[in-house]
Write a protein that binds this ligand. Structure first.
Ligand code: MLT
Ligand code: MN
Ligand code: ZN
Length: 305
């Protein structure tokens, strides 16, 4: 299996257009003003990955507002053979959040209906609260398929497991209790046996998820926030990380300490918010993540499993 991180930032990207937090400033430092090379932070686009079996086509997992430039990363020479072609055979959505779905509208030039796999709650969101599917019916159209607990797509066995029952903000008024809004995905390549688990929105790290992680060769895990009160402390939001459905990295019960104990060959953080100090290369937090044996995901990182 081939995995490519297309975007490892959370919503807003890094730097975010209206943000002057220390991280965004570090990502914007003009080259003449760099205190040291190590202080310069890599810019990052918004949360998305692509996955494929060695002999299969790419599946796009989450469609970010940066999808146009992200899909360029998947282009190969073969695709130039006809005047209209693109590198993805289907799109899986792990949730209905704006940062994971907005890219769909940017794919409207497709000559075929977009094949989209999601939970029913996500389909409902994208036909009512944020009606991208309805809008796309007048362009390329959408062919929707429900995500099944176990399914096989393009040579990959996929397991879908629930992660969140928090609706996006724009659906809070029409949410049913206990409905599944966010899922994680485990991909297994039938030929190589390589296993990837992807959890961009992780609210808690319970035993069943830890077991799933330990059975994987690589995990891509929610690295949104360092601290629970990260946004309120910066004066740029009222909700805590946990209230937003993201387990913070720091603290005794944070994800970093728990992930450090797991034996998984590669543990990589994704969906990293621009306020998270791990994005500043010479920060203590960045060093703490590295010291725990955990990688900080970046755009273009390719993994073969
Ligand atoms: C999230 O990951 O929690 C959402 O994308 C936050 C948002 O509304 O931008
Ligand atoms: Mn998000
Ligand atoms: Zn920022």
């Amino acid at each position: 299996m081939l995995v490519k991180i297309l975007g490892s930032a959370a919503g807003g990207g890094f730097p975010q257009w209206n943000c002057n937090c220390p991280g965004c400033q570090a990502a914007r430092l003009p080259s003449g003003q760099r205190q040291s090379r190590s202080h310069q932070a890599k810019t990052l686009t918004q949360s998305s990955i692509a996955v494929r079996a060695y002999d299969g086509s790419w599946l796009l997992v989450n469609a970010s507002p940066d999808v146009r430039s992200q899909l360029e990363m998947l282009r190969t020479q073969q695709e130039f053979s006809s005047s209209r072609s693109h590198p993805i055979a289907g799109i899986i959505l792990t949730d209905a959040e704006i940062d994971h779905t907005t890219g769909l509208i940017l794919l409207r030039e497709s000559s075929q209906p977009l094949k989209v796999y999601s939970m029913p709650s996500v389909k409902r969101s994208l036909t009512t609260g944020y009606p991208l599917f309805s809008t796309l019916q007048n362009y390329c159209g959408v062919e929707w398929f429900p995500l099944e607990q176990k399914m096989t797509l393009l040579g990959l066995e996929i397991e879908v497991f629930p992660l969140s029952n928090k609706p996006p903000k724009y659906m809070q008024h029409q949410s049913e209790s206990e409905e599944i809004w966010g899922v994680g995905l485990t991909f297994r390549d039938r030929v190589t046996g390589g296993i990837l688990t992807y959890t961009p929105g992780l609210a808690e790290l319970n035993d069943s998820i830890k077991e799933r992680f330990e059975a994987s060769h690589c995990i891509l895990v929610d690295g949104t926030f360092w601290k629970n009160d990260e946004l309120p402390a910066l004066g740029i939001g009222s909700r805590t990380a946990r209230q937003m459905g993201h387990l913070p990295l720091s603290g005794d019960d944070g994800s970093l300490a728990q992930l450090a104990k797991l034996s998984v060959p590669r543990k990589i953080l994704v969906h990293i918010n621009n306020t998270n100090p791990i994005l500043i290369p010479d920060s203590d937090e960045h060093q703490a993540v590295k010291a725990a044996g955990i990688e900080i995901g970046y755009d273009g990182l390719a993994i073969a499993l």
